[in-house]
Write a protein that binds this ligand. Structure first.
Ligand code: ATP
Length: 771
C-alpha cells in the first residue's frame, strides 16, 4: 500500500520569543525537502482548538523573509480552552480532520506541559471522539499514535536540560543594550539605577545581564538575600563608590526574594540607595518590560531555531510508537534530543523549591553554567558570595595577561574576569601591553613599559568594552626574538602566561612550548583563551568574538536585504572576513537565509556559479512581485584565488540577462564589532576564570622544575568548547593532530555539517563538487 505523505505541523505557543520564526521556516522547509507536507497552526493551541483557517498548509515561499522578523509571524496565544479536556478533544478532532501526523511545538514549559498532556491523553481523546460520533473509527485509524516534539522557545531560559532556550540570548542582548545606554547617563550624573528585568522564577536573564555589564549588585530568585541584605548592598556599593566609581547599577529580577520568600521590589532597593542617612544616591528605577521580548533575533537564536527545527523534523520522522516524547536541547555546542517530561518536571521542581524556600536545591537543579556564572559574578562584584579563598603566601603567582592577534569582542571582559579572580585569590595579575611586539620593545621599569599592574577601577569598566584595552599585536615570539622574550619572562618573574587571541596566539604558544628546552624561564604554564572572529583556533568550536561578529554581519545583511528587496530582483554578494575559515560566512548565511555561501573549505568552481545563477534566475522568475524578494550570497574573503565578491556579482549580472541585477558589498572591519555581544562577554568571564584556575594548578616558579612542567602536556593548553563540554586540550596534541598549519585552521571543521542545512533551506541546487 502506498504510504501517504506525512503531514507535519508546527506551532508557536506561550510568550513570543525571537527565533520562533527561524523554527517555523526550518520546520516548513525541511519537511517539504523530506517529501512531507508542512502545516502551520496559527495562534498556538487556540488555533488547534478552533481549527478551520487556523491550520494552514505552507509552501516553500510562504516562509521567505522569516529569519529577520521578531516575535512569531504565525501568532501565539495563551489558550484557556486547552487546559480543559473539552478543548483538547476539539484539538484532537482538528488534528485528525486535517490529517496531521506530527506536531512540533515551540514554546515555554507551560506549552510543553500541555503538549505532553495532549500526547498522554491522545488514545482516550480519539476513543471519546469516536464514541460521541464526531469521528469514524476508520478516520482515526492512521492517527493512533500522536507524534509530538518540543522546542523550547522562551526568553527566560528557564527549562531544565538545555543550556539555552530560543530567544533568551536575543532578550539578553536587548537588556544589555539598554543597560549600556543607561550606564552612560548614570555615569554622567553620578546616579544609581535599579533595573528590573523579566524572570519570575528564573534569574538567568538578570544574572547574565549582571555578568555582561559588570553591574554592582544583583537580586535573583534562586539566590535570595540574607536578612542583612540591606546593609550588605549598601556596604558593597559604598565600597565601589569609594574606589571612585561614578555610577551604580543594580539589576533585579521580577521574582527577587529575601530568604523568607518575601518579595524584594525595585522601589525598596531605590529607597535604600537614595536614603539621605545612608548612601544618598540620586537613584532611578527603570523597568525594561516588553522591550526585552522585542526586535529581531540575534544570530545565535536564528541558528538555534534553525538547527533545532531541522532536528525536530528528523525526530518526528524517526519516531516509532515506542519512542519517548522528546524535546530538542543544546548543551554547550551540541544539539540533542532529550526526554520532554523529565525536563518539564525538573523545571517545575525549581519553581516549587523556590516557593518552598529551598534555594540551594533550586540552584543545584540549574545547569552548571548558571552556578559558574553566579560564582564569577559574585566574586567580581565583591558581593561576598563567591566561595573563593585567598591562597597561601607560597602559592601566589605572578600571571602575565597578553592579547595576541586582531581584536575580538570579549577580550576585555575576559581580562576583567581573570584580574578579578586573581585579586580574590591573592595572585598578582600583570598586563603585557601590545602583544609580544610590545613586550619585546619594553623599556625599563617606567610606567610606560609594556608590563604594568592593572588598575582595578579602570579594569572594572571593561566588562562591555570592545577592542583590546591592553593592546594587541600579531607578532609572534620568534619574530620578536625568543631569547629576548625568555629573558623578559625571567626578568618579570612570571609564573604563568594567560594568552587571549586567535590563531597567532595559538602559534605563539606553540613556539614558546618548543623553546622550553632552550630557555628554562619558559617552563611555566601557558594557556590560551581563543578569541577571534574567524573561529579558527584548534581545540575549540567557539572563539570569543565570533558571536559579536556574526551579529554585526547579520545586522548588516538584514539591512542590505531590505535594500535588495526594495528594488526587487537584486542579489547582493557580500564578502565576509574569516581568513581561510568559512565559519562566519556559513553561520551568517544560516542566520540570514543566504541563497549561496562560498567558503574556502569547498572553493568555488564554474559549475557551482552556473548552478547558482540558474537557480537565482528560477527563483526570481517565480517571485512575481513578492515583497522580501532580495537575495543574498555570502563569500568568504579567501574562498577562491580567482572569484571575489565583485567578480561574482559581475558574472551573475552578466549571466542574468536582465532577469535580475547584482551588487557586491564588503562590510570589512565592521565585522570586528563595536560593543561585544552578551554571549561573548558572559563566556569570556566563565572561560577566563577557568583558565586562571587551570594555571593555578601548576603553582608558582615552574622554571625551578623545568622537566616536570615540560613533561606535563597540559602546561601549554587551550580552553575550548567541544561538543557538550568545556575542556582544556594539550597544545602538543592539538599541534600534531588537529591543526592545518598551512590554512591556519583546525583540520576538521566542526560546523561543516551545517553547510547542507544552509543549502537546503536556501533552496540551493545540488552542484558538482569542485575538482
Ligand atoms: P512562557 O515561558 O513564555 O511563559 P509558556 O509556554 O510557559 O511560555 P504558558 O502560558 O504557561 O506559556 O502556556 C501556554 C499555553 O499552553 C497555555 O495557554 C495553555 O493553552 C497551554 N498549557 C499550559 N499548561 C498546560 C497544561 N498543564 N495543560 C494543558 N495545556 C497547558
Amino acid at each position: 500500500m502506498a504510504q501517504h505523505k506525512k503531514n507535519i505541523a508546527v506551532m508557536t505557543s506561550g510568550g513570543d520569543s525571537p527565533g520562533m520564526n527561524a523554527v517555523v521556516r526550518a520546520v516548513v522547509r525541511t519537511a517539504i525537502h523530506l517529501d512531507c507536507n508542512a502545516y502551520c497552526v496559527y495562534e498556538g493551541y487556540e488555533g488547534l482548538v478552533r481549527g478551520g483557517t487556523y491550520i494552514k498548509q505552507m509552501g516553500w515561499e510562504d516562509v521567505r523573509g522569516y529569519l529577520s522578523e521578531g516575535g512569531t509571524l504565525i501568532g501565539t496565544a495563551r489558550c484557556m480552552a486547552f487546559f480543559e479536556r473539552e478543548g483538547r478533544l476539539q484539538a484532537a478532532k482538528n488534528m485528525v480532520l486535517n490529517g496531521i501526523d506530527a506536531l512540533i511545538i515551540c514554546g515555554g514549559d507551560g506549552s510543553l506541559t500541555g503538549a505532553d498532556r495532549f500526547r498522554a491523553e491522545w488514545p482516550s481523546l480519539l476513543e471519546e471522539l469516536v464514541q460521541k460520533g464526531d469521528l469514524k473509527k476508520e478516520q482515526i485509524e492512521p492517527f493512533k499514535h500522536l507524534n509530538i516534539v518540543g522546542l523550547v522557545g522562551s526568553i527566560d531560559n528557564d527549562l531544565s536540560g538545555t543550556d539555552a532556550t530560543i530567544g533568551a540570548y536575543s532578550a539578553l542582548s536587548r537588556i544589555c543594550e539598554m543597560v549600556d545606554y543607561i550606564e552612560a547617563t548614570a555615569s554622567s550624573h553620578s546616579r544609581a539605577f535599579v533595573i528590573e528585568v523579566m524572570g519570575r522564577h528564573c534569574g538567568w536573564l538578570a544574572l547574565m545581564a549582571a555578568v555582561a555589564t559588570g553591574a554592582d549588585f544583583l537580586f535573583i530568585p534562586e539566590k535570595p538575600r540574607e536578612d542583612n541584605w540591606k546593609e550588605e548592598m549598601c556596604q558593597v556599593i559604598k565600597g565601589h563608590r569609594s574606589m571612585g566609581k561614578r555610577k551604580t547599577i543594580v539589576i533585579i529580577a521580577e521574582g527577587a526574594l529575601d530568604k523568607h520568600g518575601n518579595k524584594i521590589s525595585p522601589s525598596m532597593v531605590k529607597d535604600l540607595l537614595a536614603d539621605k542617612n545612608g548612601l544618598g544616591l540620586d537613584t532611578r528605577i527603570t523597568t525594561l518590560g516588553h522591550v526585552q521580548r522585542g526586535g529581531s533575533a540575534v544570530a545565535y537564536d536564528r541558528m538555534l531555531g534553525t538547527l533545532q527545527g531541522v532536528e525536530a523534523v528528523k525526530a518526528v520522522l524517526e519516531a516509532t510508537p515506542e519512542t519517548e516524547t522528546c524535546f530538542i536541547a543544546i548543551t554547550e555546542n551540541k544539539i540533542a534530543r532529550k526526554p520532554l517530561m523529565a525536563a518539564v518536571a525538573e523545571t517545575k521542581e525549581v519553581a516549587k523549591l523556590i516557593d518552598a524556600q529551598r534555594f540551594n536545591e533550586a540552584m543545584a537543579l540549574r545547569d552548571t553554567e548558571f552556578s559558574d556564572q553566579y560564582k564569577s559574578y559574585a566574586m567580581s562584584a565583591n558581593m561576598g558570595w563567591g566561595d573563593v579563598e585567598v591562597v597561601k603566601e607560597n602559592e601566589k603567582m605572578r600571571i602575565g595577561f597578553i592579547n595576541v592577534g586582531a581584536p575580538a569582542g570579549g577580550m576585555n571582559a575576559a581580562i576583567r574576569a581573570g584580574v578579578a579572580y586573581c585579586r580574590a585569590r591573592g595572585h598578582e595579575p600583570l598586563a603585557i601591553h601590545n602583544g609580544f611586539a610590545g613586550f619585546a620593545r619594553h623599556y625599563g621599569d617606567t610606567p610606560l613599559g609594556a608590563v604594568r599592574p592593572f588598575d582595578w577601577l579602570e579594569v572594572d569598566g571593561w566588562a562591555s568594552k570592545g577592542g583590546s584595552e591592553i593592546g594587541t599585536n600579531r607578532e609572534l615570539p620568534e619574530e620578536s626574538g625568543m631569547e629576548l622574550i625568555a629573558e623578559l619572562i625571567k626578568k618579570f618573574k612570571f609564573d604563568a602566561l594567560f594568552l587571549i587571541g586567535g590563531f597567532e596566539a595559538f602559534h605563539a604558544i606553540a613556539q614558546l612550548r618548543k623553546a622550553r628546552s632552550q630557555y628554562p624561564s619558559l617552563c611555566i604554564p601557558f594557556t590560551l583563551l581563543p578569541a577571534t572572529i574567524s573561529n579558527n583556533v584548534p581545540g575549540t568550536e567557539y572563539s570569543l568574538g565570533s558571536d559579536t561578529c556574526l551579529n554585526e554581519l547579520v545586522a548588516y545583511c538584514d539591512k542590505i536585504k531590505q535594500s535588495a528587496s526594495a528594488t526587487r530582483r537584486r542579489v547582493f554578494v557580500i564578502e565576509t572576513q574569516g581568513g581561510r575559515s568559512g565559519y562566519i560566512a556559513l553561520l551568517a548565511g544560516l542566520s540570514v537565509g543566504a541563497s549561496a555561501v562560498y567558503i574556502p573549505e569547498e572553493g568555488i568552481s564554474l559549475q557551482m556559479l552556473t548552478a547558482d545563477v540558474m537557480h537565482l534566475k528560477d527563483v526570481f522568475a517565480k517571485d512575481k512581485g513578492q515583497t522580501r524578494a532580495g537575495r543574498l550570497v555570502l563569500i568568504n574573503e579567501k574562498a577562491s584565488k580567482t572569484y571575489n565578491a565583485k567578480l561574482i556579482a559581475d558574472i551573475m549580472r552578466e549571466e542574468a540577462h536582465n532577469r535580475f541585477e547584482s551588487r557586491d558589498s564588503i562590510p570589512g572591519h565592521v565585522q570586528q564589532g563595536g560593543v561585544p555581544s552578551p554571549m561573548d562577554r558572559c563566556r569570556a568571564v566563565r572561560l577566563a576564570i577557568k583558565c586562571i584556575q587551570h594555571l593555578e594548578k601548576f603553582g608558582p616558579k615552574g622554571y625551578e622544575r623545568p622537566e616536570k612542567i615540560s613533561q606535563d602536556s597540559f602546561s601549554a593548553s587551550v580552553i575550548g568548547i567541544k561538543g557538550a563540554d568545556v575542556i582544556f586540550s594539550s597544545m602538543q596534541d592539538l599541534e600534531e593532530n588537529e591543526t592545518d598549519w598551512k590554512n591556519r585552521r583546525p583540520t576538521a571543521a566542526h560546523w561543516m555539517g551545517m553547510k547542507s542545512i544552509v543549502d537546503i533551506l536556501g533552496g540551493r541546487p545540488d552542484y558538482p563538487a569542485p575538482v
